[in-house]
Write a protein that binds this ligand. Structure first.
Ligand SMILES: Nc1nc2c(ncn2[C@@H]2O[C@H](COP(=O)(O)OP(=O)(O)OP(=O)(O)O)[C@@H](O)[C@H]2O)c(=O)[nH]1
Ligand SMILES: [Mg+2]
Length: 460
């Protein structure tokens, strides 16, 4: 499925750097190289996968654009599976742009976002899971995220779905033989109990996989942790501590924070977005009230809510209000200002907090902060759910396809146990095969490919 035209783009990030790489892929790559590149040592035959030193020349004027290293990667031994030219020039934005323009004038067209990877997929170099893993690797924010992406690139999810497909195909083949030969004598129907067992095994495996998305989503997108509490409890002080920088304004005045402020950190391998919010209190100030409305919205969208109490003052109606409004959420409760004389009376705390760990902390001295980080980490893991699968889903698209495969398999299971004719069962098995095929891209539409690759960067 080699594409007819040659695409080109700057493959390195925008800005200045030691080197910049311009990449061209397609049937004209070698010819473009010959047009633009003047090797230092003349009359060398160009060998694939070797770096050659020389200059890039503007063919119209003969002007030297840059001193470069170039490599030609002959098809099919390149990332895209096509003939690929790489020009390693000096990493200045103007130089890269000029070299790219020269490549385009020599006959390439600008690549769309993700088009190199799309070609790698279309040419069968990688499947769709692997193509998506490339992007996931580039955007990974933690080691765990990177590890999962590398696992996908190496085909762990592709192998898992491949095995599921093979098992379904085996069952389907049996049933289709029954359908084809049911008129003939001597063809026994396959024992239903055995087939049902196999189907149950498959649905259990898919269930394990879809459940792993809880962890995968958090590793990939991060968790949202909202800090809430009455005015002046020290939310912004804690927020700054957690970030390790003075990001939010801290003052002794209640009502300092109005808007919510958010910032990401790597919390023991999980990308976490902490959100500092306005203090909850009765206020006549319309700006502050607006900010307080936002707190409730933020808390509702959080993976974890940190409720902060103040050790240096009694439990108030606002505290109660906050605890009640967050009932049922994934909470971490901490008592701040434990460096001051304790006024907060444990016996005045509401029912909801009894039996719950209340972490003593001081945003001022840093005391208890490690325990708080651990508690937030544990709460995030709780919200991710238990992950028993060795393959972890990180992509919502994969999860949705697997859920469809699961639903069809369950219907097949019901039809089979209900004694329906094998045609019905076979129909649902085929549906589940289609859904599984979408994960790796065996069954995809052009539209889906557009959607996936448009999120990629140009040059990848
Ligand atoms: N002693 C002591 N003071 C603290 C501690 N944490 C915060 N403070 C002080 O409490 C006051 C309020 O702190 P902030 O961090 O602004 O509190 P906040 O909850 O963000 O307040 P609002 O934004 O107004 O709702 C400041 O004077 C802080 O220095 C602490 O652990 N111990
Ligand atoms: Mg504040």
């Amino acid at each position: 499925m080699i594409q007819a035209d040659t695409i080109a783009a700057i493959a390195t990030p925008p800005g200045t750097g030691g080197i910049g790489i311009i990449r061209a892929s397609g049937p004209d790559a070698e010819r473009i190289g010959q047009t633009l590149f003047r090797p230092r040592k003349a009359a060398q035959a160009c060998r694939s996968h070797r770096l050659y030193h020389g200059e890039i020349i503007c063919p119209a004027t003969g002007r030297v654009l840059d001193e470069v290293l170039v490599a030609l990667l002959r098809a099919p031994h390149s990332f895209t599976g096509e003939e690929t030219l790489e020009i390693h020039c000096h990493g200045g934005p103007l130089i890269c742009e000029e070299v790219l323009q020269a490549v385009l004038r020599a006959g390439a067209r600008p690549a769309e976002p993700g088009e190199f990877t799309r070609r790698a997929f279309l040419n069968g170099r990688i499947d769709l899971v692997q193509a998506e893993a490339v992007q996931e690797m580039i955007t990974a924010r933690t080691q765990r995220g990177l590890d999962l992406a590398i696992g996908h690139l190496h085909g762990d999810l592709s192998r898992t779905t491949g095995k599921l497909r093979t098992s379904i195909l085996d069952i389907l083949t049996l049933l289709e033989a029954e359908i084809d030969f049911q008129e003939e004598d001597g063809i026994e129907a396959a024992p239903r109990e055995g087939l049902l067992d196999q189907l149950r095994g498959l649905t259990a495996r898919i269930e394990e996989l879809t459940a792993s998305y809880g962890e995968g989503r958090i590793v990939r997108d991060g968790a949202r942790v909202v800090i809430t509490g009455k005015a002046n409890v020290g939310k912004s002080s804690l927020f700054n501590r957690l970030l390790g920088e003075k990001r939010a304004i801290v003052t002794p005045h209640a009502g300092t924070t109005r808007d919510f402020i958010e910032e990401s950190v790597n919390l023991r391998g999980i990308p976490v977005r902490f959100v500092d919010t306005a203090g909850i209190r009765e206020s006549q100030d319309p700006i502050e009230r607006e900010g307080i409305d936002l707190v409730w919205q933020q808390a509702a969208a959080a993976d974890v809510v940190v409720v902060l109490l103040d050790a240096s003052c009694p439990f108030t109606a606002e505290d109660r209000n906050i605890v009640e409004a967050n009932r049922g959420r994934n909470l971490v409760v901490a008592i701040n200002k434990c460096d001051l004389a304790r006024v907060l009376d444990g016996s005045s705390l509401p029912e909801e907090l009894s039996g719950r760990e209340l972490l003593p902390i001081s945003a001022k001295t840093g005391e208890g902060l490690d325990a708080l980080r651990q508690a937030v980490h544990d709460a995030i893991s709780r919200s991710a759910g238990e992950c028993r699968s060795d393959t972890v889903l990180t992509n919502l698209r994969h999860r949705m396809a697997l859920e469809r495969a699961y639903a069809s398999l369950r219907t097949a299971e019901q039809s089979l146990s209900g004694g329906l004719s094998p045609e019905f069962v076979a129909f649902d098995l085929r549906e589940s095969l289609g859904a599984l095929g979408e994960v790796t891209g065996q069954t995809v539409t052009e539209e889906l490919l557009d959607r996936i690759f448009s999120t990629f960067c140009i040059g990848k």
